[in-house]
Design a binder for this molecule. Structure first.
Ligand code: PMP
Length: 398
C-alpha cells in the first residue's frame, strides 16, 4: 500500500464533484467579508461568515491595524516566550481579562492553537476529560495531544454525561482530576451548551469546566461576554477560551481564567511557546474590536433582530433549522451531495452559504450552515429568502 493512496482516492471523489459542477470549497472571494461579497463576476449575499458584528471592515478597526503596522511592522519573528512579546499583546490580554472578569488571559496566534496548547498541557496521564460529541475539532485534537483518558458523551445529553461521570466514581477513579470541555455555542448546529447543568455536574463530581466560546463572545449576554453571561454562570466556568476570528474581526485566540492557571499555560503550552506570536496588526484590530463590542451594544441588538427574523422566515418556508439558538442557523438537508448541489444553486441565486457534511455532522444529516451579521440589511435578507424559497422548492427540501 502506498501512503499516498488516500490522496488519489480523495482526488477521484472531488473530480466527480467538480465534474458535476457542485464543488463547494475554496471559493475565491475578491472583496472583504462584508454582507455582500464578490465571487468572480457575482455579488453574493454573504451568509457564510462568522463576522457576526460586521467589524472586519470597520474604519476604526482598520485604522488601529494600520497604525500598529506602521509602528511594529508585519510580524514578531518569534514566540511570545522569547522575543515575540509586545506591549500590544499585554494590552490585549489585560483588556480581555478585565472585560471577562478574569484574573489573567493569554493570547495565541489562532483559536485552534489555543485549544491545542491549553488542552495538551493540562491533560496529564492520570487525568480524565469529558467531551461533547459535537465539540469543535480543535478541542478534539487538543485532547488527542494530551494524555488523559477521553470520554465522549452524546451531544448536549446531560444524563449521558452524568452516567459517565458516575461510572468513573464507581470504578475507583473518583479521586482522578477531571475536566469537562464544551463549545458554549456549537459551531455547526448553532445550539447552546446546557451550561447550568454542566456547572451542577462539575460541582457534584469535583470536575473543572472549560468553555470554548468562539461563537458566543460578542453575541450572547447583555454585555457580549458570551454564553456564560447569558446563563449567569460566569463565576463557575474555570477556563474560558475564545477567538478573534468571529466577532473580534481578525485572527488569533485566547484563554482566560485564574492567574496561576494562565501562568502555567504561558510556560507549558507548546502551541504558544514554540510558535510565532500573533502579528501586531491583528492584535491591534482585536483591541479595537473589543472596545467596539463594549461601546456599541446596538450591534448585538441588530444581530439578534436579523437572526430572529431569519429563523422565523426560514422555519416559515418549511426548513428544519435544527436546535439553533444563535446567529448560526443550519438548514438540515440530508445527503452530502444534496448539500453541495444546494450550495451551487444558492450561489446561482445570489447567496453564499456553506455546506456542512460528514464527518463534521453525522452521515445523512448534511446541512447548509447559514450565519448572520449585524450589518446585513433587510433588503439583503429578503433577497436571500427568495433564493432559499426557490432553491428549496426546486430541490424538494421544503
Ligand atoms: N472553536 C470553535 C468552536 C470554532 O468554531 C473555531 C473556528 N471555527 C475555533 C475554535 C478555532 O478558532 P480559530 O478560527 O481562531 O482558529
Amino acid at each position: 500500500m502506498d501512503i499516498f493512496q488516500k490522496c488519489r482516492d480523495s482526488a477521484s471523489y472531488y473530480a466527480q464533484v467538480r465534474n458535476e459542477g457542485i464543488y463547494p470549497y475554496y471559493r475565491t472571494i475578491s472583496s472583504g467579508q462584508d454582507p455582500v461579497v464578490t465571487v468572480g463576476n457575482d455579488e453574493l449575499v454573504m451568509l457564510g461568515s462568522n463576522n457576526y458584528l460586521g467589524l472586519t471592515n470597520h474604519p476604526e478597526v482598520k485604522e488601529a491595524a494600520t497604525v500598529a503596522l506602521a509602528i511594529y511592522g508585519t510580524g514578531c519573528a518569534g514566540s511570545r516566550l522569547l522575543n515575540g512579546t509586545l506591549d500590544l499583546h499585554l494590552e490585549l490580554e489585560g483588556r480581555l481579562a478585565a472585560f471577562l472578569g478574569r484574573e489573567d488571559a493569554l493570547v495565541f496566534s489562532t483559536g485552534f492553537q489555543a485549544n491545542l496548547g491549553v488542552l495538551s498541557c493540562l491533560l496529564g496521564r492520570s487525568d480524565m476529560v469529558f467531551l461533547d460529541a459535537l465539540d469543535h475539532a480543535s478541542i478534539i485534537d487538543g485532547c488527542r495531544l494530551g494524555f488523559a483518558r477521553r470520554y465522549k458523551y452524546r451531544h448536549n445529553d446531560m444524563a449521558d454525561l452524568e452516567k459517565r461521570l458516575e461510572n468513573t466514581c464507581n470504578t475507583g477513579n473518583d479521586d482522578k482530576a477531571k475536566l469537562i470541555v464544551v463549545d458554549g455555542v456549537f459551531s455547526m448546529e448553532g445550539d447552546l451548551a446546557d451550561l447550568p447543568s454542566l456547572v451542577r455536574l462539575k460541582n457534584q463530581y469535583g470536575a473543572r469546566l472549560m468553555v470554548d466560546d468562539a461563537h458566543g463572545l460578542g453575541v450572547f449576554g447583555t454585555h457580549g461576554r458570551g454564553s456564560a453571561e447569558h446563563f449567569g454562570v460566569e463565576n463557575e466556568v474555570d477556563l474560558l477560551m475564545g477567538t478573534f476570528s468571529k466577532s473580534l474581526a481578525t485572527v488569533g485566540g485566547f484563554i482566560c481564567g485564574d492567574a496561576v492557571i494562565i501562568d502555567y499555560i504561558r510556560h507549558e503550552a507548546r502551541a504558544a511557546i514554540f510558535s510565532a506570536a500573533p502579528p501586531p496588526p491583528s492584535v491591534a484590530a482585536a483591541i479595537k474590536a473589543l472596545e467596539i463590542v463594549e461601546r456599541e451594544p446596538e450591534r448585538r441588538k441588530q444581530l439578534w433582530e436579523n437572526t430572529e427574523f431569519m429563523r422565523r422566515e426560514l422555519t416559515g418556508l418549511g426548513y428544519d433549522t435544527g436546535g439553533s439558538q444563535s446567529p448560526v442557523i443550519p438548514l438540515v438537508i440530508g445527503e452530502d451531495l444534496d448539500a453541495f448541489k444546494m450550495t451551487a444553486k444558492l450561489q446561482q441565486a445570489g447567496v453564499f452559504a456553506n455546506p456542512v457534511v460528514s464527518p463534521a455532522v453525522p452521515p445523512g444529516r448534511s446541512m447548509m450552515r447559514t450565519s448572520y451579521m449585524a450589518t446585513h440589511t433587510m433588503e439583503q435578507l429578503e433577497r436571500s429568502l427568495e433564493a432559499f424559497a426557490s432553491v428549496g422548492r426546486e430541490m424538494g427540501i421544503i
